[in-house]
Design a protein around this ligand. Structure first.
Ligand code: AMP
Length: 251
């Protein structure tokens, strides 16, 4: 496995592979890897085959964090991530630093962003107004650096996957977007690098995320007549707000 920190080196590798007709599968992450990330790696490997290359990027992207969000305390452990990638059969870990990704130098500061203007405004985007702009910008950059034929994203970040698909279509990126299922803990909580923030009984309260979705499913299956979406939402809202720490942004 190769460990690459430089954009120029990664781009050169990508070009060599392209010339040799090698299929490249890509999994972009912010690191602090867990089984959910590794399930995307497995999917990328299945799709690229033994002769293909699987690239995992590890980069905590500052432009997708709001000023009051957790950028500085976001968990990081590059040594452990690298070990996990090697064990998972990854070919290249690409782990650039901020100066590589957002250069400010004699030719000027970084000033170009990719903005999706429809899907990004709703749901997660309503309470995090610059989040998806950061995501589309960094993913567009990573696609230009790694030049993959396919990239695997998790259904856990459903809106993100939808926005990336839209960006790829709208801007004609020659890459196929694959969305892989959410990987969960045995009790149903979706795996997430941020789960380590859940101290004390917040961990069990967080199960309401999964359970509220299941409750909506159960209500739908049990119904003999169509249920108005507004009522399903109202019921889910009540269900979620029974957890004392829950603050609802959207359903
Ligand atoms: P992150 O490192 O949280 O930015 O996530 C990197 C990629 O892994 C994104 O495509 C996420 O949707 C995906 N991902 C994160 N957690 C999970 C999970 N539990 N199951 C499946 N995919 C996941």
């Amino acid at each position: 496995m190769r460990f690459v920190r430089s954009v120029a080196v990664m781009q050169r590798l990508a070009k060599d592979w392209q010339r040799a007709g090698v299929r490249v599968g890509f999994v972009p992450t912010m690191g602090y890897l867990h089984q959910g990330h590794l399930s995307l790696v497995q999917r990328a490997r299945r799709l690229t085959g033994k002769s293909g290359k699987v690239v995992v990027s590890i980069y905590v992207n500052p432009t997708q964090f709001g000023p009051k969000e957790d950028f500085s305390r976001y968990p990081r452990d590059l040594a452990r991530d690298t070990r996990l990638c090697r064990a998972a059969g990854v070919d290249v870990v690409f782990a650039p630093d901020d100066r590589q990704m957002y250069p400010t130098n004699a030719t000027g500061r970084f000033s170009t962003f990719v903005v999706e203007e429809d899907l990004s405004r709703r749901m997660e985007g309503a309470s995090r107004p610059t989040h998806f702009r950061g995501v589309t910008t960094v993913v567009a950059k990573l696609f230009n650096i790694v030049q993959p034929q396919l990239a695997v994203f998790g259904a856990k970040d459903y809106q993100q996957a939808a926005i990336i698909k839209r960006m790829v279509r709208d801007l004609n990126f020659p890459v196929k977007i694959v969305v892989a299922p959410t990987f969960r803990e045995p009790d149903g909580l979706a795996m997430s690098s941020r789960n380590r923030y859940l101290e004390g009984d917040l961990r069990s309260q967080a199960l309401v995320l999964r359970r509220s979705i299941q409750k909506v499913q159960t209500d739908l299956h049990a119904a003999r007549r169509p249920i108005p979406a507004a009522r399903l939402k109202r019921n889910a809202k009540q269900f979620i707000e029974r957890q004392p720490a829950a603050r609802l942004d959207y359903i």
